[in-house]
Structure formats: structure tokens, C-alpha cells
Design a protein around this ligand. Structure first.
Ligand SMILES: [Zn+2]
Length: 300
């Protein structure tokens, strides 16, 4: 860690980029504030924060690629590491995350980096559920490669979506504080030439330090540098942020969905219920009277 590292507060955002007149597309994003919001909510260890941040960044990129109205994407990473299952949900660039054991941590690796792969686990599954609004959800799955998440998402795109992809996910975390986070995704499209593929491969080394790169550079300038000479065009830019869309109404619906028997048991045995959202830690209290009212509405 460089002690002189300047903590800047450039805004989170996502760039949609076209390369070579549509031969490839790229997404480039800064997700620092998103990671800090997750840290405030979940109080994770440094390693867990890096893992959660990388997952949110990838999920945000999946989210902004979905065109259907009212669509959302849910990604779960179920690895065999001490962090336990992690889940992130995105509506466009609005993302939330949870982890089973955010307090879990591991010593630094020999190279001085956070052991994200160890904490997530080297074995397990990455599952992507795309809710397309009215249409049937799309469910894709792939095995974890390393648990470091960048490689795991690259594998997911290649195997499950048959879309070869370069994926870079990075979070620079120091003492449980995210200094900088971001990601990049590059996908060759039908009609991509061999030369363009070679160029993209060659330039992928630029992405390896993405968390540092996005810390103090405008994304547009970064893209200009990385994709110099490849007919780079910025198609759109959009905001990305941590946001939980839970509400008392949604929790009421969840309670009703439990059924009359379960509700009756809550009333008789506990005299009420306290529900806490996994994604924002908001607590909602339901009194005996509240539950009685819900019981009235339950049809089974
Ligand atoms: Zn919530």
C-alpha cells in the first residue's frame, strides 16, 4: 500500500463503449462509492469487502446489458470458502449485495494481495438468474475457476453464454475501507476480425491494475488510452449505485406467502416478528396486531 495514495472522490459511473465500428463492445465502470456503501451496511473484513465489491461490479455490468423493461439479474457465488454464499442483485446499474459471513477474513497472500479466492473458495458455482420481466427467467451456471471472480465471470460468459469475454474486476481495499473499485468487460461481437481480437488480447494487460487506474483517471480518458487506434466510441454513460429496493410492503408479501399455519405460529409463539433485510440491514417490526391483519389476507 502506497501511503501517498490519494483518496479521490470521482463519481461512480458506467461507460458503454463500441470498438472497431461494432466489432467489439466494452463496459468500463468505477464502483468505489458502491463498495463504500456496502462496507457501511455489512461491516465486512477487508478481504470480504474486496470480494463483495468485485461481485457487485460484475453484477452491475450484467445489469446494464439487459434491455428488457423491469428486468433484473441475480448472481449467487456459492464457494467452499469461509465467506459462504454471496448474492448480488442488479436492476440496471442499481446494485445490492449480501454475504453469509462478511466478517470472515484470511491472511494476505505471499504476494501481499488480499486472498479473495481463498475467502470465496476455489471450488463452487456461479449462478446467474436473469429476470426478464414478463418472460421466463434465464438461468446460467458455471463452475468457479479460482474464486477471484474476474476469471470466474470470464468462464461464465464463455461457457454459459457462449460469449468469449475479457473480464477485469478490482477493488483496492485498505483496513476495511475501499480506496477505489471498478471493472471492465470486453466482448468481441459477430464480424470481429482476427486483427481486432489480437489487439484486444494485447491490451488486456492494461486491465490488470483496474482498481488503481479508475482511482484518479476519468473513465473516458482511460478508455481513450486503452483502446487507442481501435475506433473507440462512447455510446452511453450511466450512473451505478448501491441501492436496496426492499420495503415494508414486500416484507408483508413475504410473510403472507409463508402461509396461515406459519403466520399463526409466529403470532402464538413469538407474539410478533422482526425481519431484517439481508441487503441493507433495515429492520421491520411486525406486532401481534400487524401479523393478525396479514393472517386475514393470507389465502392458504
Ligand atoms: Zn433492504
Amino acid at each position: 500500500m502506497n501511503d501517498n495514495f490519494a483518496v479521490l472522490n470521482l463519481p461512480d459511473e458506467m461507460l458503454h463503449i463500441s470498438l472497431g465500428g461494432g466489432q467489439a463492445r466494452a463496459l468500463l465502470c468505477r464502483t468505489t462509492a458502491m463498495a463504500r456503501a456496502a462496507a457501511d451496511i455489512h461491516r465486512p473484513s477487508s478481504t470480504a469487502l474486496a470480494a463483495m465489491s468485485r461481485l457487485m461490479t460484475a453484477t452491475a455490468m450484467l445489469g446494464v446489458m439487459m434491455k428488457e423493461e423491469d428486468s433484473s439479474v441475480t448472481v449467487t457465488v456459492a464457494g467452499d470458502g469461509p465467506l459462504g454464499k454471496m448474492t448480488a442483485v442488479a436492476h440496471g446499474g442499481q446494485v445490492k449485495v449480501s454475504a453469509a459471513h462478511p466478517e470472515a477474513d484470511l491472511p494476505l497472500k505471499k504476494d501481499g494481495h488480499l486472498d479473495v479466492g481463498g475467502l470465496v473458495g476455489h471450488h463452487g458455482r456461479l449462478t446467474v438468474i436473469k429476470d426478464l420481466g414478463l418472460r421466463e427467467p434465464y438461468i446460467g451456471q458455471s463452475a468457479l475457476v479460482s474464486g477471484e471472480l474476474g476469471e470466474d465471470f470470464a468462464q461464465y460468459f464463455t461457457v454459459s453464454e457462449q460469449q468469449p469475454s475479457l473480464v477485469a474486476l478490482g477493488a483496492l481495499v485498505h483496513e476495511r475501507y475501499c480506496l477505489s473499485a471498478g471493472g471492465a468487460l470486453v466482448q468481441p461481437l459477430p464480424g470481429c476480425t482476427e486483427e481486432m481480437l489480437e489487439q484486444l488480447e494485447m491490451r488486456s494487460v492494461f486491465f490488470s491494475a483496474i482498481s488503481r487506474e479508475v482511482a484518479d483517471m476519468a473513465l473516458e480518458d482511460l478508455a481513450k488510452g486503452w483502446f487507442d487506434g481501435l475506433d473507440m466510441k462512447i455510446l452511453a454513460r450511466e450512473n451505478v449505485a448501491y441501492r436496496c429496493d426492499c420495503s415494508r410492503e414486500k416484507m408483508e408479501r413475504a410473510l403472507i406467502a409463508m402461509g396461515r399455519q406459519e403466520l399463526r405460529a409466529l403470532i402464538d409463539e413469538d407474539g410478533g416478528a422482526e425481519l431484517t433485510c439481508h441487503f441493507c440491514r433495515a429492520a421491520h417490526h411486525f406486532s401481534r396486531a400487524d401479523l393478525e391483519a396479514l393472517l386475514e389476507r393470507a389465502t392458504r
